[in-house]
Write a protein that binds this ligand. Structure first.
Ligand code: PLP
Length: 362
């Protein structure tokens, strides 16, 4: 079947650990002794309840999620959560603070404005290349929550710290850097992440919510987005994305076996430094517009001297099996995504290619 070795640098859906996929493949038709595939099981069966519980338990262990937080497996993706967060939390005061640092937080703020008053914490930017310093933020002490996107997948802007919200519940979109570093869950009110970058197939969306924030959903909130209902029913109120919950459970175990989120952070630092160093030492042949203090370890957007060279770069990379390197259409250029499953060796292959390409086109 002549499979060319591909290296997938896609921004999501993205590369998954091969070991995990092989295990899912082995178990796909008959899961354990059940005589069934996970996708054929009733979500009310004890087998599925075990899968649901085990995925939650592993995640709770690897992130040290405190007991007063619920872990939910929902549907609707990151975009669904833009609305769900507002519908679940906005009710308390009718207003929320949004820290817009890229296109995803901008979309979240726009969606939330359907359900209450959105206060923009930092002035609207026309390009997203830095995070304005916390001293300049215009925070409202009456806000129901402070929202931010921990890693802007399109612009390559990542918070290297947890913002201080002065007692207001903090909400984070961690879709594209979830489980790539340790963090203190107790600093957050809500954390959410679509699975399709670091943790599994699209279709399952992870939510971690502090219990005291439950019970405030707006009356218009659909049941499937109501964190309170979903928490009460242990993510089994209606049919959950069963295969996704199963698969993310395998990925959580993989992370645990590899050394946890601490190890993922070590890898992320090593891999992203290789690429950023290559860019920074290229005398302007390659350039990354993002301020070094908030450069993403997951998604690295960069430009090459000319658009012709960018096209050629993508074409040659593709012929060497390095795929999905095209930048997002709103920023152009190249984007290398280095999620947990992308190895240091694979990153080295990219970096060697970047160096050779530069040599032949300088
Ligand atoms: N938030 C971030 C940071 C993302 O990268 C994405 C998708 O790529 C989304 C939200 C939207 O997620 P979805 O496509 O699952 O709605």
């Amino acid at each position: 079947t002549g499979k060319m070795p591909t290296i997938n640098f896609g921004a999501g859906p993205a590369k998954m650990p091969e070991d995990v996929m092989r295990q899912a493949q082995r178990e796909f038709v008959f899961y354990g002794n059940t005589g069934l595939s996970v996708i054929e099981m009733s979500h009310r069966s004890s087998h599925y309840e075990n899968i649901n519980q085990s995925s939650q338990d592993t995640l709770r262990r690897i992130l040290k999620v405190p007991d007063n937080y619920k872990i939910l497996f929902l549907q609707g993706g990151g975009t669904g959560m833009f609305a769900a967060v507002a519908m679940n939390l906005m009710g308390r005061t009718g207003t929320a603070d949004y820290l817009v640092t890229g296109s995803w937080s901008a979309k979240a703020a726009k969606e939330a404005a359907k359900y209450g008053k959105v206060n923009l914490v930092v002035p609207k930017a026309n390009k997203y290349t830095e995070i304005p310093p916390p001293e300049t933020w215009n925070l409202d002490s009456n806000a129901s929550y402070l929202y931010y996107c921990a890693n802007e997948t399109v612009h390559g802007v990542e918070f290297q710290y947890v913002p201080e919200s002065n007692g207001v519940p903090l909400v984070a979109d961690m879709s594209s850097n979830f489980l790539s570093r340790p963090f203190d869950v107790s600093k957050f009110g809500v954390i959410f992440a679509g699975a399709q970058k670091n943790v599994g197939p699209s279709g399952v969306t992870l939510v971690i919510v502090r219990e005291d924030l439950l019970g405030n959903a707006l009356p218009i909130c659909p049941l499937v987005f109501d964190f309170t209902v979903m928490a009460q029913d242990n993510s089994l109120h209606n049919t959950p994305p069963t295969f996704g919950v199963y698969f993310t459970g395998l990925v959580f175990k993989w992370i645990e076996e590899k050394g946890g989120v601490e190890k993922m952070a070590e890898w992320a630092k090593a891999k992203s430094s290789l690429v950023y160093d290559t860019i920074d030492q290229s005398n302007g042949f390659y350039s990354c517009p993002v301020n070094p203090e908030c450069r993403s370890r997951m998604n690295i957007p960069f430009r090459i001297k000319t658009e012709e060279l960018e096209q050629l770069f993508l074409k040659e990379a593709q012929s060497k099996g390095m795929i999905q390197l095209k930048g997002h259409r709103i920023v152009g250029g190249i984007r290398a995504s280095l999620y947990n499953a992308v190895t240091l060796d694979e990153t080295n292959t990219l970096v060697q290619f970047m160096k050779e390409f530069m040599k032949s086109h300088q």
